[in-house]
Design a protein around this ligand. Structure first.
Ligand code: S3P
Length: 165
């Protein structure tokens, strides 16, 4: 089984992916980290050089061409489900789980904003407004996930239970 974890920046996709993969005894793949290692550029550098459109093309290609093992847990970038047919592709190729979180909770978890070009330099107030607006735009994609789970206070055991039920 391939499990794709999706959700907004800061909802805990990378951490939960590691924990879930540990429980399921399978590899974890972090698509943003794969982009960094393949290109030798940070996400911020990639955005600066090729713009958001260039990044969206590359991340979609990475999603669809990565040589996934049979069983694995995949952490995706926050915007990935909302471009091209990426959400449809993930639903056709694995289990999708939306880690849902309230905007204020996301703000309090997003400390390292510099490495995220869409929110670099925002203060808490600006970030809260940005998240509220972006979630209106992104929720129609995120909620196409097979499983929608409240990510606040979520542990890997609960997450695993959501998958098998
Ligand atoms: C983005 C989220 C980031 C990264 C890029 C764009 C987004 O990933 O892909 O900065 O559009 O929400 P994380 O969700 O892992 O921070």
């Amino acid at each position: 089984m391939k499990v794709f974890l999706i959700g907004f920046m800061g909802c805990g996709k990378s951490t939960k992916a590691k924990q879930l993969a540990h429980r399921l005894n399978c590899p974890v793949i972090d698509l943003d980290a794969e982009i960094v290692s393949k290109t030798g550029k940070t996400i911020a550098e990639y955005f600066a050089e090729f713009g958001e459109a260039g990044f969206r093309n590359y991340e979609s290609e990475m999603l669809k061409t990565y040589p996934y093992p049979e069983n694995c847990v995949i952490a995706t970038g926050g915007g990935l489900p909302c471009f091209f047919n990426n959400m449809e592709w993930m639903n056709a190729n694995g289990e999708t789980v939306y880690l849902q979180m309230e905007p204020a909770q996301l703000v309090s978890r997003l400390h390292n904003r510099q490495k995220r070009p869409l929110i670099a330099n925002m203060d808490d107030e600006q970030l809260l407004e940005f998240i509220k607006l972006k979630l209106l735009e992104r929720d129609p994609f995120y909620t196409q996930a097979r499983v929608v789970v409240n990510a606040f206070d979520l542990d890997a055991e609960k997450l695993e239970a959501k998958l098998v039920n």
